[in-house]
Design a protein around this ligand. Structure first.
Ligand code: SF4
Length: 456
């Protein structure tokens, strides 16, 4: 029986990718829209289930911990203009794809619920005209409690009425002092009102996001946040580590280091919260996802059918994800594709009738193999070496002979168990899964400057 000790976590406390993609984003390069066009043409010829992502970048104010692609905006006309271009992008893509069946759709941001109801309605009608949405599956949106409660929760009611069935929203911490320090003021009453309205309307798989490692958090203050959340008992909870990347997100510099909990304290905040959630009946999935036993995500975890995409863990398999909106990232056939980030550039490309792609990566044979190994370990926490051999025609141990030493080290630390047939990730290994799968990342050999946040 292995246990998670502070020493173990501190030993592995180092920058680690989240592996929502492989190769990871720093390994991508400039991408020509013609390459994207070709992959879309290939996709058009398949019957593959398709996932869609729509990025709405606007926020009214900046939360200081934020790591998303955000445009601060208070002028509704800017949002109307954005939707105009978003519909142009949808038209360009569906001209190639045709009207595909979509079992999984996700709106993220920014703040998708910042759009007015008529504007959202216009966009959603357009999406429905161009795609055949399967409303019995996953139609999900990230909501912001600060934007959905006006007029008796009119916007949340509207979203449910047009077919959204799953919502996720940020809480981060219910302590007013922490909220003040990160400039995100969202009262507990507002969070509760949003949650209970979502429940009353019949949304399922309701997810609440929390962040540990924020300024002024202590194990004691965060324990109160956990109690507040457990009173609501959402289907899912995501408990993320504050991803401190000031070299990428300069606004994070406004959070002073001296206000942050120490690494040891941060670890205590996490482990104590984790124990409380487990005691309350939540199943732990990897290090940051928790789901009630009967929730489909917990079922998928038990049945080893969990998948991973840019939003983290997901329950339905749709490897192809076509994404829309400035800065959005998709995976189509054999490559990752990212849209232009700055709105004038994004609008400019669409104005010329071009797909607004700027970055990406076409996978090599080797990339595909390693992606499979990394994602299999991250989603099922085990790896059948025979399946690998069947896929590749080379025994797993020979193919990854250079990883032998690292795997032995992980085994000695109690993070994995190895037999000639399989690799099993232990419970502490699940917590440190990012560190475990780094073993198979061919691009992490020579790191000079930081690219990723700490794994814990
Ligand atoms: S609302 Fe969300 S996306 Fe917008 S700044 Fe805050 S954390 Fe970032």
């Amino acid at each position: 029986m292995y246990t998670i000790t502070p020493e173990l976590v501190l030993k592995f406390h180092k920058p680690a990718p989240r592996y929502t993609s492989y190769p990871t984003a720093p390994e991508w390069g400039p991408m020509d829209e013609q390459v994207y066009r070709k992959e879309l043409e290939k996709l058009a010829k398949t019957e593959n289930p398709l996932s869609l992502y729509f990025h709405i970048p606007f926020c009214k104010t900046m939360c200081l911990y934020c790591g998303c692609s955000v445009v601060l905006n208070r002028k509704p006309e800017n949002e109307t203009l954005y939707v105009d271009y978003l519909t142009k992008e949808i038209d360009l893509v569906t001209k190639i794809l045709g009207r595909k069946v979509v079992p999984q759709l996700h709106f993220g941001g920014g703040t998708p619920t910042k759009l007015s109801i008529p504007l959202f309605q216009r966009l959603f009608t357009h999406i429905q005209e161009r795609f055949s949405l399967d409303f019995s599956k996953e139609i999900a949106i990230e909501i912001d409690p600060r934007t959905v409660l006006e007029n008796g929760g009119e916007k949340l009611r509207f979203l449910h009425q047009i077919g959204f069935n799953r919502v996720s929203f940020g809480v981060q911490d219910t302590d007013p002092k922490v909220q003040e320090a990160v400039k995100r003021r969202q009262s507990l009453e507002m969070t509760q009102e949003t949650y209970w309205l979502a429940r009353e309307l019949g949304f399922s798989g309701v997810n609440l996001d929390l962040i540990y490692g924020l300024p002024y958090q202590t194990p004691e203050t965060f324990s109160k946040t956990i109690s507040d959340i457990l009173e609501m008992r959402p289907d899912r909870i995501a408990l993320f580590s504050y991803a401190k990347v000031p070299w990428l997100k300069p606004h994070q510099k406004a959070i002073k280091d001296k206000t942050l909990p120490s690494t040891e304290e941060k670890f205590r905040i996490y482990t104590e919260a984790r124990s409380r959630l487990v005691d309350a009946g939540y199943v732990v999935i990897g290090m940051d996802h928790f789901a009630l036993e009967e929730d489909v995500m917990a079922v998928a975890y038990r049945e080893k059918t969990l998948q991973r995409n840019f939003q983290g863990y997901t329950v339905r398999h749709a490897e192809d994800m076509v994404s829309f909106g400035a800065s959005s990232i998709g995976f189509v056939q054999n490559g990752y594709f990212q849209n232009l980030k700055a709105l004038p550039d994004y609008y400019g490309a669409l104005e010329k009738g071009e797909l607004p792609i700027c970055k990406g990566r076409i996978l090599t044979e080797e990339d595909r193999l390693r992606k499979w190994v990394i994602h299999t370990l991250m989603c099922t926490f085990s790896l059948d070496k025979k399946s690998f051999e069947k896929k590749v025609g080379v025994p797993f141990d020979s193919y990854f002979a250079d990883a032998e030493e690292k795997l032995a080290e992980l085994e000695a630390e109690g993070l994995i168990l190895q037999t000639p047939e399989k690799i099993e990730v232990t419970q502490p290994g699940e917590l440190l899964i990012r560190n475990v799968v780094m073993t198979f990342d061919a691009y992490l050999k020579q790191e000079s400057k930081p690219k990723f946040s700490q794994s814990i």
